[in-house]
Design a binder for this molecule. Structure first.
Ligand code: SF4
Length: 156
């Protein structure tokens, strides 16, 4: 157990995260608008012990009412366009939208045009783009930490 904790500490040092004195937080509400679930697996990996984003103030929350950032995965299907707008409307100001993965960025990998409501950018204002199919946990962690840094006005 002790060896495992030592190894975990070493891994955390290797992934060059911001110094402890840089405090701040962002609450993230994740909405899957029709993905293949690979983006969700990579997002889940960023919350695991290797990246441990919660330690840096990035928390995935259960309600949009508590969220600063709406994190969207997948293309926006017609069925999910309404719930997506409802989630956005429930968020307090100031609020941001982040597109996670090429589908959310409108690449059209999944589904036909008839099934889609349109690119996320035409439905909501996208502030953060995380490309990839799926993006790696490192890319997701980097983008979210960059957003946290911008939000709190400090540089990594
Ligand atoms: S971007 Fe790729 S991995 Fe993510 S939902 Fe679309 S097809 Fe799946």
């Amino acid at each position: 157990m002790f060896l495992l904790l030592r190894q975990l500490q070493r891994l955390r040092r290797q992934i060059a995260l911001p110094p402890e004195e840089r405090r701040g937080s962002l609450a993230l509400r994740h909405v899957d608008t029709g993905s293949c679930n690979a983006c969700e697996h990579e997002l889940a990996a960023t919350a695991g012990p290797h990246y441990d984003l919660q330690r840096h103030g990035l928390n995935i929350v259960a309600s949009p009412r508590h969220a600063d950032v709406l994190l969207v995965t997948g293309p926006v299907t017609r069925r999910m366009a309404g719930p997506l707008r409802t989630a956005f409307d429930a968020m307090p100001e100031p609020r941001l939208v982040a597109a996670l993965g090429d589908c959310a960025l409108g690449c059209g990998v999944l589904g036909s045009r008839a099934e889609l409501a349109g690119p996320l950018e035409e439905i909501l204002p996208v502030a953060l783009r995380i490309p990839g199919c799926p993006p790696s946990p490192q890319a997701i962690a980097d983008a979210l930490l960059e957003l946290l840094a911008l939000h709190h006005g400090w540089t990594r």
